[in-house]
Ligand binder design. Structure first.
Ligand SMILES: NCc1[nH]cc(CCC(=O)O)c1CC(=O)O
Length: 303
């Protein structure tokens, strides 16, 4: 008997993550896994895998169709890579849980380290953050647009279309792709929410919200919400050259972040520490914007 319907994108990574959520939910509730039905839903982002994507830009590419299915009660919850979830979500949605965070780092595929890339190497990425960070370390690099799912991007390196690419360790690990070298977070601070899988419910569906809350990993949830609060204060999204990473020690949150110029020519970084109830994201955003060069500041906070 199906007791719960989980919506997900249909990409291999999204399906793997949905299966992780299914296993966690079935385990927490003492259900057989068959009780949780996985419902793949095609999103705009999956349909438009070309340059047009850059033009559509930050418009709920990965969430809109899942939101509609949830709203229309075709599913009871939806599973997302939190990194791809817009900073501002509709009021009727509730982030009910997050799975334990995976490795937050990026992995470099095509070279051992950033320093060892050949002069002028071609790096394929569609992430403004990775582009700006790579150029800030190595202004000689050429960054070219590379999209598609994890295996498409790995193939581009294997084929020699690009010299190297960067992918989230989380996605590679979940797909069992043991490739690339992790880049330390002091060289490449990850995207806000990187490595976190979140599950959203309808805020008015108390039963589904409670069920999903039973698999929440509180530490991941607190850290990712702090990173998202920073994005909100910056009026930024996953297309902005911003990196952030929170960590929790006891009741103390530390939030680190950096803002970059699109071409990596300028970078400002900082950190704040405080309690779980403090508005750390907003505080760090103000500090970073104050210290940012004009060409960085204009990318953020409606600058
Ligand atoms: N923007 C695409 C995306 N969204 C989530 C992941 C990987 C998994 C994660 O970071 O949680 C990826 C691929 C990547 O950046 O390598």
């Amino acid at each position: 008997m199906v007791r719960f319907r989980l919506g997900t994108r249909g990409s291999p990574l999204a399906l793997t993550q949905a299966h992780m959520v299914r296993a966690a939910l079935a385990n927490a509730q003492g259900w057989s896994e068959d009780a949780v039905q996985i419902v793949p839903i095609k999103t705009t982002g999956d349909r438009v895998q070309d340059r047009a994507l850059a033009e559509i830009g930050g418009k709920a590419l990965w969430t809109k169709e899942l939101d509609r299915a949830l709203y229309d009660r075709e599913i009871d919850a939806s599973v997302h890579s939190m990194k791809d979830v817009e900073t501002i979500r509709p009021d009727w949605l509730h982030i009910a849980a997050m799975l334990p965070r995976a490795d937050v780092r990026d992995r470099l595929i095509g070279a051992e380290t950033i320093a060892e890339l050949r002069p002028g190497a071609v790096i394929g990425t569609s992430s403004p953050r990775r582009r700006a960070q790579m150029l800030s370390h190595r202004p000689d690099l050429t960054i070219t647009l590379l999209r598609g799912n994890v295996d498409t991007r790995l193939a581009a390196v294997a084929n020699g279309d690009v010299d190297a690419t960067l992918l989230a360790a989380a996605g590679l690990d979940r797909l069992g792709r043991e490739v690339g070298q992790p880049v330390p977070t002091d060289q490449m601070l990850p995207a806000p929410a990187q490595g976190a899988v979140g599950i959203e419910t309808r805020a008015d569906d108390a039963a589904a919200t409670m069920l999903i809350a039973s698999i929440d990993h509180a530490e991941t949830h607190a850290c990712v919400m702090a990173e998202r609060a920073l994005l909100a204060a910056l009026q930024a999204d996953c297309h902005s050259p911003v990196a952030a990473l929170a960590s929790l020690a006891g009741e103390m949150l530390t939030l680190r972040a950096e803002l970059l110029a699109e071409d990596g020519s300028s970078r400002v970084s900082g950190w704040v520490e405080g309690g779980l109830d403090e508005e750390l994201g907003a505080r760090l955003a103000v500090d970073l914007l104050e210290r940012a060069a004009p060409e960085v500041r204009r990318l953020f906070a409606g600058g």
